[in-house]
Unconditional design. Structure first.
Length: 255
């Protein structure tokens, strides 16, 4: 699947989920959910994420952003799938951060639906409730952890969440998190992660609308694979846009 290279100057983009050749358990889940045709953000982002590249995507609410990052990440993580009951065999491989408990719960439920026919485990942690049930679930081992920044830091400090094997980081509603002041928390969280990772940034609105986005995000949040920092972003006005970071100098390429 890593040979899917999007050419958005032509009409070669896969528009049906069947064209993605997803692994059987994921294809079955997609069929169970009644998914047939991809939305534009899915058609653009999924092939790029399948390549393991960093991505920034903007799309309006209801256009399928969650599937756009979840399905390709699950596909790439199937190599770690196992049925062992040992927590050590289920370290956190993917971290998904969102600004509110409602969004975190919604995304976690979607990921669980996509992963329902696999042995990959997904858990969600957010504030406003007792940490004990969350701790018990984390102690069992999970590959995909969905969280709000504040509660995740609580679990990190309590040594309930070990993030030293994270391979993928997703910031969903990224501009909202930055605009409401989560940048210090995000910087702390990212300091616990391996430097070599894939970073995905998604938003329901233009990422460039955030007043702190170009300087803060380009220089701190996207330090994956020890690459040079990205240049500031330009505004865009389309209803969906995907930017992929190259493996060399880190410029943003608009698809």
């Amino acid at each position: 699947m890593t040979d899917l290279i999007p050419d958005l100057n032509s009409e070669t983009l896969p528009m049906a989920f069947a064209q993605l050749q997803l692994a059987a358990p994921l294809a079955r889940a997609v069929a169970d959910l009644g998914y047939v045709s991809m939305t534009p953000i899915q058609a653009q982002a999924i092939p790029v994420v399948l390549q393991g590249r960093d991505v920034m995507g903007a799309a309006q609410t209801g256009t399928g952003k969650t599937a756009a990052f979840s399905l390709p990440l699950l596909q790439r993580m199937l190599k770690h799938e196992n049925s062992s009951t040992s927590p050590a065999r289920h370290p956190v491989r993917a971290l998904v951060l969102l600004p509110t408990r409602e969004l975190a719960d919604q995304v976690a439920q979607a990921i669980k639906a996509y992963a329902q026919h696999t042995h990959l485990r997904c858990a969600v942690v957010f504030g406003g409730m007792d940490m004990k049930p969350q701790t018990l679930e984390l102690k069992k081992g999970v590959e995909i952890l969905v969280a709000t920044p504040g509660r995740l830091l609580d679990h990190i400090e309590a040594k309930n969440a070990i993030l030293n094997q994270v391979e993928y980081v997703v910031l969903d509603e990224a501009d909202r998190m930055l605009d409401i002041g989560f940048l210090p928390d995000l910087q702390r969280i990212l300091s616990y992660l391996p430097k070599e990772r894939t970073t995905l940034l998604f938003s329901a609105t233009s990422l460039a609308r955030s007043s702190v986005w170009p300087a803060a995000t380009c220089r701190t949040l996207s330090r994956s694979k020890s690459r040079a920092p990205m240049p500031p972003l330009r505004l865009w006005s389309s209803t969906f846009t995907v930017w992929a970071m190259t493996t060399s100098a880190m410029p943003c390429i608009k698809f």
